[in-house]
Design a protein around this ligand. Sequence first.
Ligand SMILES: [Zn+2]
Length: 409
Amino acid sequence: MSLFLFLGLATSERAAIAQPPTYTILPGDTWVALAMRFNVEENELHRLNPHFNTSRQPTIGTSITLPDNAAERSGRMVRPGSESTLSTAVRFQLSPWAIAALNRLESPYRPNLYRPLFIPGDGTIRDFPPGIDSLELSVTSPDPGQALGIRGTTIDENATIIARMDGLPVSIAGTSNRFVGVVGTGAFYAGGEPELIIQVDDHPAWSQPWGFAEREWDYQELTLTGEAAEIDQQSRDEERARLRELWTHITPNPQWTDRFSTPINDFLSVTANYGARRSYNGGPYLTYHEGIDFSAYAGTPVFAPAAGTVVLAERLYVRGGAVILDHGLGIYSGYYHLSAVHVTSGQTVQPGTILGEVGTTGLSTGNHLHWDVLVNGIWVDPAAWQEQGIDCWLLEGLGSPCSPPAPTE
Ligand SMILES: [Zn+2]
């Protein structure tokens, strides 16, 4: 399998050969690991990629240029400091002198404090967080508004992992050597190249920037009349503050067991997408739409898209008839403006359980279902959540099976 992408391949073969090879950065592709893997000098990588800030690791999802003489080799990179060259030799069943020769060390008996060691063998050379021996991301170039997943394996069983993305805590679950994590980014998320930071037990923290794609948003002007117009900002803030207490509680393990289905079958159209910038009665675009609106006839059944626990089932002032489900791992989903609610708080639901009926209660201008999905208290795009299949991606990261959406009647 070739990892190189030759630019200009379409024009002519000669042009393709003349172009330097490029490579897309994945987690663990740090400067030192890339130099070791492609058997080139780190300085040469910096010289060929001057637009990168060399004091940071290369950004996940971006492309770098490799020298013409790059030649990939397989093996592993062992960080210094974690063990002596002799212990490394024992662990990989190599002679200490062979390791010294491969790494141009004068002697295996001199301390090697700074230089990572190259150990030949199977596998791709990557510089993973110390204590982790595989790490994957759910998406290489995420959009603002997406849920972001990480998964992998740790060297020690039941290791404790702490992770942050741009300062936001990542919810982590694990079983023996496997771990998964998820974090949300909102529709006002600045994007750019925030740092993913991972720390295992008391090993040193690891970080790498993660590059975001640009995203276009819809703009909507809404005119509120009658009862809806009387709902002031203070009422919205108070209701949100109360719900935020629910949303930020993290039930550690995933409760869902299948792909999330769409919570309504019989809808007329999607009348508002997630992230649409909103202006009310001619005001500025200060808010965005926190979920998806499905217009439907009053009384249309609304289903649970996945297993979870009902944490709220009542009439709210702004959201009207409301049901909120806790799916575990910091994932919540909400169903609002319902004319009737058919579940009670504390109840466990399965995919397809009827939660209630479509209505136009609360701050609503017509019969519709507003569906939202939150990760760690941040609204994410429910459509992207479904399209990405991150629900199954996370379960599979824990070694659990995951099936397609259950059919609803
Ligand atoms: Zn809505």
